[in-house]
Design a binder for this molecule. Structure first.
Ligand code: ACO
Length: 367
C-alpha cells in the first residue's frame, strides 16, 4: 500500500478556499475579512465582528443599528426549548444539551429564510439557550432576554440576572471576538462537510457543536481549568507537568496544528489574565499558569493556545466551568455560518478518498 499521499489528520492538506479569515502561522497573524485581530479587539464589539464575519464588511452606523435591532429582538426561544431542558438529565454536559437544543430549535424556525437570516437568528438565540440550559440544570428559573442589552451585557444578564458593562464585560468581549473565527479548524470543517451535501445551515451548526465539544478542540478551555485545579499550587506545577508528559498525557490548552511559534490570541488574553489576577487579588491561577507555560516551553517547545488563558480568565469572572465551551459556541456560530454560506456559494460535495487496509477479497460459501 502506497501511503505517501496520506496525511494523518489531513495535516497540511488544502481542503478549500476561503475569504473569511487568514491564518499566517509564520507571521503569527490572524485576520478576519482582512482586519487584524489586534485591531478588532481594540476597536470593535462582538456584535460588529459578527456583522463583519457574516456580511464581509464592518457595519456603518445605520447598518449596525438595524443589525442590533434584529438581534436584540430575536433572543426569545420557543417554550418547547425550556421544556426540553427540564426533561434532560441535569448532569448531561452543557454541550450535549446545547447540541440537542439547536436541533430542536431549528424545527421551529422558518425554513425558507436566507442563510444570513438563519445565522443571525442563531447568534441572537444561542446565549438564551446556553444560559437557560445551565440555569435549569442548576434548579434555577431561566431569565427572559432583555432587548436593550448588547451581546456581552445580555450574556451576563441571561446567566446571572445582572447585566455587566464593566471591565469584565470588556474582557468577555475580547474573548468572544477571538473565539469567533479561525479558518478550517475541525468544527468549521465539519460544518462545511455537512452543508456540502446541501443539508441546511442549522444541521451544519449542530455538526460543528458536536465537533467543538472534544478536548482536542473547544473542550480544551474546560479541561485546562480542571488541570489548573488539579495542580492546585505553584509548588506542584513543574512536577505535575513533568509527570504528565512522562505519561504521554496531552497538556490541555497547549500546542496547535497551525501555530508552532505561539498563538497571538493566547498572548492577547494572557494580558487580561494577569490584569484580572491583579484586580481580583487572586493570583493563584496566574502563578500556576506561568509555571506550566515555562515548563511546556522548556520540555516540549510548545506554546499555549487561546484556550489556556481563557480558562483562568473565565474562572476569575466566576463563570461555571461546564459553560466555557458553550461560551465558545456563542461567537463561533458567526464564523461557522460565514463558512457555511461560503461553502454553498461554490459548492461541491466534500468526499475524500481513503486507502484500504482490510482483508483481501474472499469468497462466500453458501450458508
Ligand atoms: N501536550 C503534550 N504534548 C503535546 C501537546 C500537548 N498539549 N500538543 C502536542 N503535543 C506533542 C505531541 O505529543 C507530539 O509529540 P511527539 O511528536 O513527540 O509525538 C507533537 O507535540 C505534535 O503534536 P500532535 O498532537 O501531532 O499535533 P496536532 O497538530 O495533531 O494536534 C492539538 C494539535 C490537537 C491542538 C494538540 O496540540 C493537542 O492535543 N493540544 C491539547 C488540546 C488543546 O489544547 N486543544 C485546543 C486547540 S485550540 C482551539 O481549539 C481553540
Amino acid at each position: 500500500m502506497d501511503t505517501s499521499s496520506y496525511k494523518p489528520g489531513l495535516e497540511g492538506v488544502i481542503a478549500g478556499i476561503s475569504a473569511v479569515s487568514m491564518v499566517d502561522a509564520e507571521k503569527n497573524e490572524l485576520l478576519y475579512r482582512g482586519y487584524d485581530i489586534h485591531d478588532l479587539v481594540k476597536h470593535c464589539s462582538m456584535d460588529e465582528v459578527a456583522y463583519l464575519l457574516l456580511y464581509g464588511e464592518l457595519p456603518e452606523r445605520a447598518a449596525l443599528e438595524a443589525f442590533n435591532q434584529r438581534i436584540r429582538t430575536d433572543r426569545e426561544v420557543p417554550p418547547a426549548l425550556y421544556e426540553l431542558f427540564r426533561t434532560m438529565p441535569n448532569n448531561a454536559h452543557p454541550m450535549d444539551r446545547l447540541k440537542a437544543a439547536v436541533a430542536l430549535l431549528a424545527m421551529f424556525l422558518p425554513e425558507d429564510e436566507s442563510n444570513l437570516r438563519k445565522a443571525e437568528r442563531l447568534y441572537a438565540k444561542l446565549p438564551t439557550l446556553v444560559c437557560a440550559s445551565w440555569r435549569i440544570s442548576q434548579g434555577q428559573e431561566p431569565i427572559a432576554p432583555d432587548s436593550s442589552l448588547d451581546h456581552n451585557a445580555s450574556f451576563f444578564h441571561l446567566l446571572t440576572g445582572t447585566p455587566r458593562t464593566d471591565y469584565l464585560a470588556h474582557v468577555f468581549n475580547v474573548t468572544q471576538i477571538l473565539y469567533a473565527e479561525h479558518g478550517f479548524n475541525a468544527s468549521t470543517f465539519a460544518a462545511r462537510v455537512t452543508v456540502s451535501t446541501l443539508s441546511d445551515l442549522y444541521s451544519g451548526v449542530v455538526s460543528a457543536i458536536g465537533t467543538l465539544k472534544g478536548p482536542l478542540h473547544g473542550g480544551a478551555n474546560e479541561a485546562a481549568m480542571e488541570m489548573l485545579q488539579e495542580i492546585g499550587s505553584p509548588e506542584s506545577a513543574q512536577q505535575w507537568v513533568r509527570d504528565a508528559l512522562v505519561q504521554k498525557k496531552k497538556i490541555m490548552g497547549f500546542g496547535h496544528r497551525e501555530y508552532k511559534h505561539g498563538d497571538e490570541r493566547a498572548k492577547i488574553v494572557k494580558g487580561y489574565a494577569k490584569e484580572l489576577a491583579e484586580r481580583t487579588g487572586n493570583t493563584l491561577w496566574w502563578e500556576i499558569s506561568e509555571l506550566v507555560e515555562a515548563e511546556m516551553l522548556a520540555a516540549k517547545k510548545l506554546h499555549p493556545n487561546l484556550d489556556f488563558p481563557v480558562a483562568s480568565v473565565y474562572y476569575l469572572m466566576e463563570l461555571p466551568i461546564p459553560v466555557y465551551t458553550p461560551i465558545f459556541v456563542l461567537s463561533r456560530t458567526t464564523g461557522w455560518s460565514a463558512h457555511i454560506i461560503e461553502q454553498l456559494e461554490n459548492n461541491r460535495i466534500i468526499r475524500p478518498g481513503h486507502l484500504y487496509n482490510g482483508l483481501e477479497k474472499r469468497s462466500l460459501a453458501p450458508r
